[in-house]
Design a protein around this ligand. Structure first.
Ligand code: SF4
Length: 330
């Protein structure tokens, strides 16, 4: 596509996801045969450039976290291609993939569950350093102190256990662990969702500061458009396993094109604007990903649905150089 070709001339592609599918089998009957599939992610393609923050946003069950897990190969994708720095991740064997995990780190939503309560912070970070052998053993202590300082924790935190810290501090430990191996891409899966709003802002600012300092790239997965607006350069909106809109942040928030994005945005306050955005209420619940609606998957809830929407699936089409949306009436 012309717009993407122009963009890629100026920036280096870090991650390229093409035609990604993640279908989970449903087994039934006495023989445990596959009777159906949950189409959690269904033909998703996008590119992430070095140094940017791309967010994936959508309601629960839209496939955003499944996409993150597939990129990390925590679940093996059903189909598609994932290229990281030009390397096809899905063709890598377990050893090569283990080495690749040095460059691909993840921060999960729940810092309480993702840190081993029986290890001190120093042991947690030492373990991360020893797996990927980023620095020699004799430098571990020095590196751990540096990591803690980078995330705003004191050096003596290394001798304490996770339960001795607040939620925000624990998430800082999770960030330090991800940073320990000097990654290129960090997938932040609802990384601030469990935190109070004031702490969320501190952690988001820390992530931005670390991005500038270490030239990090983030794939930020969140259901919260307020958080997404704070952190993103570009935003991907997903609905029922499909991308419905991709745009740079300003274009998406100022000029949303897809009715689903408009509905999501109409639900968040716009403090800096005088004019009020009309609230668009969506009817019904998100349909099942086992039998998604025909044509446009959003047609069962879309206030603008027409006959064509039930019959033909809309493709992503360019609105402008940085903006694409999948709707017949864009
Ligand atoms: Fe709504 Fe039709 Fe556009 Fe889908 S294609 S978002 S149903 S108007």
């Amino acid at each position: 596509m012309k717009t993407q070709a122009n963009e890629s001339k100026q920036k280096n592609v870090l991650l390229e996801v093409t035609g990604l599918k993640q279908h989970f089998p449903i087994k039934g009957g006495i023989f445990g045969r596959v009777v159906n599939q949950v189409k959690a992610v269904d033909d998703v393609s996008f590119t992430i450039y070095e140094g940017e923050t791309v967010s994936i946003v959508g309601e629960s069950g839209c496939g955003k976290s499944t996409t993150g897990r597939a990129i990390l190969r925590l679940d093996e994708p059903t189909d598609g291609q994932i290229r990281f720095q030009g390397k096809d991740l899905l063709s890598l064997g377990p050893n090569e993939m283990r080495k690749m995990r040095k460059d691909l780190q993840v921060i999960f939503q729940d810092p309480f569950a993702s840190l081993n309560p029986r290890q001190t912070v120093g042991e947690i970070l030492r373990e991360a350093l020893s797996i990927q052998k980023v620095v020699p053993k004799q430098k571990y202590r020095e590196r751990i102190i540096e990591l803690l300082e980078n995330v705003g924790l004191r050096a003596d935190s290394m001798d304490r256990y996770p339960h001795e810290f607040s939620g925000g501090q624990r998430q800082r430990i999770g960030i330090a662990r991800a940073l320990a191996v000097e990654p290129k891409l960090i997938i932040c899966d609802e990384a601030v969702s469990a935190l109070d709003v004031s702490i969320q802002a501190q952690v988001l600012n820390l992530l931005k500061e670390l991005q500038r300092k270490f030239k990090l790239t983030y794939l930020f997965i969140s259901h919260d458009l307020g958080v997404v607006r704070h952190i993103s350069d570009r935003v991907i909106v997903m609905y029922l396993g499909k991308i419905v809109e991709i745009a740079d942040k300003k274009s998406l928030f100022d000029n949303p094109q897809h009715p689903y994005t408009k509905a999501l945005l109409s639900a968040i306050p716009l403090p800096e604007r005088k004019e009020k955005r009309e609230r668009i209420l969506l009817k019904g619940d998100v349909p099942s990903p086992i039998n998604p609606p025909t044509g446009c998957r959003f047609h069962t809830r879309c206030p603008f649905a027409a006959d064509i929407c039930k019959e033909r699936e809309p493709e992503l089409q360019a609105v402008d150089a940085t903006h694409q949306a999948a709707c017949h009436f864009v």
